[in-house]
Design a protein around this ligand. Structure first.
Ligand code: NAD
Ligand code: UGA
Length: 459
């Protein structure tokens, strides 16, 4: 079969896989290839058990795989045949040297750029899909053109805004597609080729074309603003707990102001996920290196409040359970960083479980999709066990800690669960997911986030 254009994505992760599956699905005239250095991951993409859980993903992969969507590990061959190359490798926080713990680690991205330069035999458009520090495209241009033998590389920034758990919907109906390019005739020509691809399913007015530095920076800023809303409401949740106000009522009242809006105001045990913390720290680092210390301190606080929120949650558990958790069984409901994903990267559950183990509690983790990842994360930790059955997790426990907002936890038979637990029985609802009045009536002592506790105990 002949295709009009060949698209390649380097990096078959949470972004590369779903993004390319959507392009392949919507553009059958394009050949879409996804490559990775991780052969096991590629084998999973080619199997019935995809490497990531994402509602609706199986269907779109199945519809295009083998037709115009291909996964393999022959990266040089794939580079040579591609017209447009998306780079979607990981850009974690640097753990060593200058900027350790803050700056983005660009080694994977740079290796990819060098590989493209070394094996390419024809001109290509290179698309930054990974989240990168502002001005990365300039460094890439320098690497790619260092010995390009007359081959032309045009670099575009096309950051991804999908959220895990809703990736397929976000890709199909994005709020916007952002494409940054050089404002030269060649840059604009390259940009228009990418616009044409998205225009197959995204309304043209939602495809935003801007300059390349603004595009790179917009991605970091979007994540910083989203995380800032959560830290703002979480900071207020602490105040609510001290004053008897209810954070859900406050968020509702505040969010009705159309200038503020209702979304992303759910107080919680803290935000997790692979990107919020790393991208804010990256922003903080960039500001610091540019001498903008006040700006850096402002954004650093969004991360600090999030760390505090997790600490507060564990302290509340400890204080309300008579200052000792040693030997007590605690059922942790949810290990994923949010519902509808098996991803546990930076999940608040990691911090909470480790702290409970330090207190010598016996922790049982239950989660419908993240048990495998939880086992790997907690390998070697003593005092922790795993089950997919929440009833089994709760039986004999002194407390339940809800750490992920899986809807299945809302619909359990809490009367039966209460009967099976040690007394007094506690619920610490880190997601304000459950019906607290009902739990209190059943006999639980209930500790939500940012709301008055419902306790039968006289303290
Ligand atoms: P990921 O870790 O799931 O996937 C990255 C993949 O790149 C891995 O499979 C890794 O093996 C592969 N890789 C690394 N170096 C490679 C190389 N030299 N050649 C080929 N493959 C290589 O990461 P992710 O969650 O998909 O994130 C990728 C980028 O997208 C990051 O910059 C992230 O900030 C950004 N992003 C992520 C999300 C999200 O929801 N996860 C959303 C928007 C943007
Ligand atoms: C986030 C952004 O929403 C995406 O736009 C972005 O593309 C992505 O990061 C990225 O760059 O990686 P994601 O982390 O997948 O997506 O999921 P979110 O829905 O943003 O949730 C992040 C965390 O915040 C979760 O732990 C979630 O439970 C928490 N959260 C979210 C709250 O505690 N309260 C809220 O009101 C909303």
């Amino acid at each position: 079969m002949s295709f009009e254009q060949r698209i390649l994505c380097i990096g078959a992760g949470y972004v590369g896989g779903p993004t390319m599956a959507m392009i392949a699905c919507k553009c059958p005239h394009l050949k879409v290839t996804v490559v990775d250095i991780n052969a096991e991951r590629i084998a999973q993409w080619n199997s019935d058990r995809l490497p990531i859980y994402e509602p609706g993903l199986d269907e779109i992969v199945r519809s295009a795989r083998g037709r115009n969507l291909f996964f393999h590990t022959d990266i040089p061959a794939a580079i040579r045949e591609a017209d447009i190359i998306f780079v979607s490798v990981n850009t974690p926080t640097k753990t060593f040297g200058e900027g350790a713990g803050m700056a983005a680690d660009l080694q994977y991205w740079e290796k990819t750029a060098r590989q493209i330069r070394d094996v390419a035999t024809s001109s290509k458009i290179i698309v930054e899909k990974s989240t990168l520090p502002v001005k990365t495209a300039q460094a890439m241009e320098r690497i790619l053109t260092a010995s390009s033998n007359g081959i032309r590389f045009d670099i575009l920034s096309n950051p991804e805004f999908l959220a895990e758990g809703s990736a397929v919907r976000d890709l199909e109906f994005p709020d916007r597609i952002l494409i940054g390019s050089r404002q030269t005739p060649e840059g604009i020509r390259a940009r228009d080729q990418l616009v044409d691809i998205y225009a197959h399913w995204v309304p043209r007015e939602r495809i935003l074309t801007i300059d390349i530095w603004s595009s790179e920076l917009s991605k970091l800023v979007a994540n910083a603003f989203l995380a800032q809303r959560i830290s703002s409401i979480n900071a207020i949740s602490a105040l609510c707990e001290k004053t008897g106000a209810d954070v859900t009522e406050v968020a509702h009242a505040v969010g009705l102001d159309s200038r503020i809006g209702p979304k992303f105001l759910n107080a919680s045990v803290g935000f997790g996920g692979s990107c919020f913390k790393k991208d804010i720290l990256n922003l903080v680092y960039i500001c610091k290196t540019l001498g903008l210390d006040d700006v850096a301190a402002y954004w650093q606080h969004v991360v600090d409040i999030n760390e505090k929120q997790k600490e507060r949650f564990v302290i509340t558990m400890l204080r309300s359970m008579f200052n000792t958790l040693a030997g007590k069984k605690i059922a942790v409901f949810g290990f994923a960083f949010k519902a509808d994903t098996g991803d546990i990267r930076e999940s608040p559950a990691i911090y909470v479980v480790r702290k409970l183990l330090e207190e010598k509690a016996q922790v049982v983790v239950t989660d419908p999709k993240a048990i495998e990842n939880a086992r790997i994360e907690l390998e070697g930790a003593s005092g922790v066990s795993f089950t997919e059955d929440p009833y089994e997790a709760a039986a004999g426990s002194h407390a339940i800690a809800v750490l992920t907002e899986w809807s299945l936890f809302r619909d359990l038979d809490y009367e039966a669960i209460h009967r099976s637990m040690a007394k007094p029985a506690f619920v610490f609802d880190g997601r304000n997911l459950l019906d607290h009045d009902r739990l209190y009536e059943i006999g639980f002592n209930v500790y939500p986030i940012g709301k008055p506790k419902r306790s039968h105990l006289h303290e």
